[in-house]
Write a protein that binds this ligand. Structure first.
Ligand code: SF4
Length: 284
């Protein structure tokens, strides 16, 4: 446990992201430690450490390569980079990506690309921000692409209720007009696609509509209001969540990370994605 009382006041305005909101939904205390106390993670996420660090780096490399491809770097150059990387997974993911251009990513053709696009909008006393891997636009319709490098494919129902899916679609309808000649995208003109580098033919696609957009935005506003008013941030009641959490030692929930079991693998995989965004937030 920490030696001194930990802070509870949220700075205002605070830039909420899908990562911070997901942390709050997963565990109130994790949100407090990470975003109010701004503590870096003192314990490794999961064991074995080196394997996870390597996968994080590979994921970052893959995201960078796709971004460079979308910005026009020649395929041959990128293929050469993948082949000469020391990564055991990157060449396979890259080949899967190239092959998918004629298959599960065929919808990318003839679109205007906005890779690594950041959007932000006020929400209550705070702001909601998101950084998208890719927003592809054609004829007033927008597809949000998100690249996933996890080695298990989560269930679609689980992905649909994640903060990322709720935040990305609703924020695009409210803050993306400049990507559409100044005209806001209607919810029915937006869809979200998760593309899995390990499972290139198994994309998860989520359409959108007015009812879901209103429900998402109102729900996010309520969530942010609730976080702002909080005076205490309790520990997760579900101790399984702690096995992958870097703040275990602060909460007396064990110093040694769990080996990822099949049962908890999806949670751990999601944690990797969260951390990639978290690293970027801290760098800014
Ligand atoms: S160790 Fe458990 S209780 Fe503590 S922040 Fe992490 S998930 Fe929450």
């Amino acid at each position: 446990m920490p030696d001194k009382p930990i802070k509870t006041d949220l700075p205002a305005p605070f830039g909420f992201s899908q990562s911070s909101l997901q942390d709050y939904e997963d565990c109130n205390r994790r949100f407090q430690l990470r975003y109010i106390e701004q503590l870096r993670w003192p314990a490794v996420e999961t064991a074995p450490v080196l394997e996870n660090e390597r996968r994080q780096l590979e994921g970052q490399q893959f995201h960078r390569m796709v971004q460079q491809y979308l910005l026009g770097l020649p395929v041959e150059t990128l293929t050469h980079m993948a082949a000469n990387s020391k990564s055991p997974n990157l060449p396979r993911w890259w080949t899967n990506f190239l092959d998918a251009r004629e298959d599960s990513l065929a919808g990318l053709k003839d679109h205007v690309f906005f890779p690594e696009q950041a959007l932000s909008a006020p929400l209550g006393a705070h702001r909601l921000t998101a950084k998208y891997d890719l927003i592809a636009v054609k004829d007033g319709f927008a597809t949000i692409y998100d690249w996933k490098t996890s080695h298990k494919r989560p269930k679609d129902a689980w992905m649909e209720q994640r903060c990322q899916t709720r935040v990305y679609r609703s924020l695009l309808t409210r803050a993306g007009a400049h990507l559409n000649h100044g005209k806001p995208f209607e919810p029915g003109q937006v869809k979200m696609v998760y593309w899995y580098a390990e499972f290139p033919g198994e994309t998860a696609e989520f359409a959108y509509d007015n009812a879901r957009s209103n429900r998402d935005w109102d729900g996010l506003a309520t969530l942010i209001k609730e976080i702002s008013a909080r005076q205490s941030f309790p520990l997760s009641e579900d101790e399984k969540t702690c096995g992958f959490c870097p703040y275990r030692s602060y909460c007396d929930r064990g110093k040694i990370a769990l080996e990822a079991s099949d049962e908890l693998d999806e949670m751990a995989e999601s944690g990797w994605e969260v951390n990639l965004e978290q690293i970027q937030e801290i760098e800014f």
